[in-house]
Ligand binder design. Structure first.
Ligand code: PEP
Ligand code: MG
Length: 591
């Protein structure tokens, strides 16, 4: 909803998900791609369907030539040459003849025929060992998108990997895989109509350290390319045509932020010890081995969550054991002796692979996701567990399973782990025999049976992002019900308490790695409930340490006692807010 302000200035309010302020021109991406429907075509209309296909092919050819020319001019002939392969796809007679045959024999629309045939070709190419041929699968998919866009009359999406100048991306939505492609040199920030704080896109933005605002409702439909905006990732504002006064105010905010950053830098390598002498380990969440730099630069004491699915996104095929081993080993070696907790694959929900046949589900977050996929797709699980085990010989690795919903899953996963350990022993491949294994607690059922789970693991890591959505039945991605997504809901507070008690009865440590752990307002509540460790985006580690060093554990426990007695989420939130602002006012300076 637009909020009229000064003349010409217009601002949109959304949900702040990644801090920072940026200013620049916007690039508005097209709306989500419609699904490719299959339509029956009457005999008399088949010739017209083939005609449509041919027109789309010609149009695509012109577009590719145009991009090729621009890239050659801007970056050199060699880079422009990349598009030769795209043009070859359009000249592949075997492919095109087959598409025409499908249109005529099955009497279906051109989009459906093209999509089906091209996808089959791409899938075949993507499993070939030869790297050159595998690359062709990605060319095939790029070209297929262009042809389909032309057939559907949809505007082409900008290629986020090859942006020419710095810009702020505005989009209805941005998938985690699109976000993973963003080139930090050119993307100053992004804003989307939908989304929430705990969507994986928001999590990616924090790890990329670019300002981001989501849940802007219909902003993308109201904005046009090239408009000048200011994006405020602290307060969740997108301001179009900011006036001089606004720019001045933001200049002040940026200065205050710079002062705070300096104070945070000063204690980067100091431990997080409360005023009453309690040491809290503050870890970081990462998505790839290269993030190890950020872990160290932000003074994190290890990695509490390595989300391995990003190794699987934006590729044409699954990464094999060897490739995963390299990635896990790189992280382990880079951070040694700090610990790194690798989470096994958590696909499904909002993370899908274009090249893997994943079912279209009515409720993907309640469906084929995470450990459920791993336990069924044994080859994938085996490759990953072997890779983790092998890498464990080279650093301080730990491992955990996502989305455990009951004891059977944990037992099955542990049994497979033992089987793969035995394989490695037979092969005389070294691994850490004492590798610690943990379970994520992110379903209410896991929290309730935490007592049984605790007997079979070394640690728990509470994934509050999911625990909240599953306990409160509130989709973590849906901005329409974002107000119901309440981390301080009494049910959540009590589930965390139950989990901690069960864990501590069995001498099992508890970490929290959901976004709640990185929120300085809520971290004291977690510590007061008995949580031992926190893990958050690397950039959130310094503010957490800053806060913990001003906290008394006795006060945090009082806060937790209040929350456990309280019946209202907003009262608990208000009390947490008041307490955090009181002990660390500097952290909460907004505009
Ligand atoms: C969580 O659910 O809190 C969590 C850390 O896992 P993810 O956000 O990757 O689902
Ligand atoms: Mg989760």
């Amino acid at each position: 909803m637009a909020e009229p302000q000064h003349k010409d200035e217009k601002s949109f309010r959304g949900i702040p998900v990644s801090t920072g302020v940026c200013r620049g021109k916007i690039l508005v991406l097209g709306r989500a791609r419609p699904t490719i429907a299959r339509r029956q075509v009457a005999d008399g209309d088949l010739a017209e369907e083939v005609n449509r296909l041919e027109k789309a092919l010609v149009q695509t050819r012109h577009q590719i030539l145009d991009v090729q020319r621009k890239v050659s001019e801007g970056m050199g002939a060699q880079e422009g040459g990349i598009f030769e392969a795209h043009l070859l796809v359009l000249e592949d007679r075997t492919l095109l003849d087959e598409v025409v045959r499908v249109i005529q024999q099955q009497k279906v629309n051109a989009e459906h025929a093209f999509h089906t045939v091209a996808e089959r070709y791409a899938a075949m190419l993507s499993v070939i060992e030869d790297e050159y041929l595998r690359e062709r699968a990605s060319d095939m998919r790029d070209v297929t998108m262009r042809v389909l866009n032309n057939l559907l009359g949809v505007e082409e999406d900008a290629d986020l990997r090859h942006l020419k100048e710095p810009c702020i991306i505005i989009s209805h939505d941005l998938s985690p895989s699109n976000t993973a492609q963003l080139d930090k040199r050119h993307v100053l920030g992004f804003a989307t109509d939908v989304g929430s704080r705990t969507s994986h896109t928001a999590i990616m933005a924090r790890s990329l350290r670019i300002p981001a605002v989501v849940g802007l409702k219909d902003a993308s439909a109201q904005l046009v390319n090239g408009q000048q905006v200011l994006l405020d990732g602290h307060n969740g504002l997108l301001i179009v045509n900011p006036t001089d006064q606004t720019l001045f105010e933001y200049g002040q905010l940026i200065l205050r932020q710079a002062t705070l950053q300096q104070r945070l830098r000063d204690l980067l390598h100091e431990p997080a010890i409360t005023l009453d002498g309690h040491r809290v380990l503050v870890h970081a969440n990462i998505e790839q081995a290269a993030d190890a730099e950020q872990v160290k630069a932000n003074g994190a004491e290890g990695v509490g969550l390595f989300r391995t699915e990003y190794l699987f996104l934006n590729r044409d095929r699954l990464p094999g054991e060897e490739q995963q081993y390299q990635a896990y080993r790189d992280a382990a070696v880079a951070l040694k002796p700090l610990m790194v907790v690798i989470r096994t694959l958590d696909l499904g929900g909002d993370k899908f692979l274009a090249h893997m046949q994943m079912p279209t589900e009515l409720n993907p977050f309640l469906g084929w996701r995470a450990i459920r996929i791993s336990l069924q797709e044994r080859d994938i699980f085996r490759a990953q567990l072997r890779a983790i085990l092998r890498a464990s010989a080279e650093g301080n690795l730990r491992m955990m399973y996502p989305m455990i919903s009951g004891l059977d899953e944990l037992k099955q996963a542990n049994a497979l782990l033992e089987e793969y350990k035995e394989e490695l022993r037979q092969e005389k491949v070294p691994f850490d025999e004492k590798l610690e294994v943990g379970a994520m607690i992110e379903t209410p059922s896991a929290a309730i049976v935490a007592d049984s789970l605790a007997k079979r693991v070394s640690f728990f890591s509470i994934g509050t992002n999911d625990l909240i959505q599953y306990s409160l039945a509130v989709d973590r991605m849906n901005e329409k019900i974002a107000h119901l997504y309440e981390p301080t809901h009494p049910a959540i507070v009590r589930l965390i308490k139950v989990t901690v008690e069960a864990a501590h009865n069995h001498k099992v440590r508890v970490s929290v790695c959901g976004e709640m752990a990185g929120d300085p307002v809520l971290a004291p509540l977690l510590l007061g409930l008995g949580v031992d460790e926190l893990s958050a985006a690397p950039s959130l580690v310094p503010p957490l340490k800053f806060l913990i060093r001003r906290l008394k554990l006795t006060e945090a426990r009082e806060l937790a006692d209040f929350a456990l007695d309280c019946e209202s989420a907003s009262d608990i939130q208000a009390r947490c807010q008041e307490h955090a602002r009181q002990i660390a006012p500097g952290l909460f300076e907004d505009k």
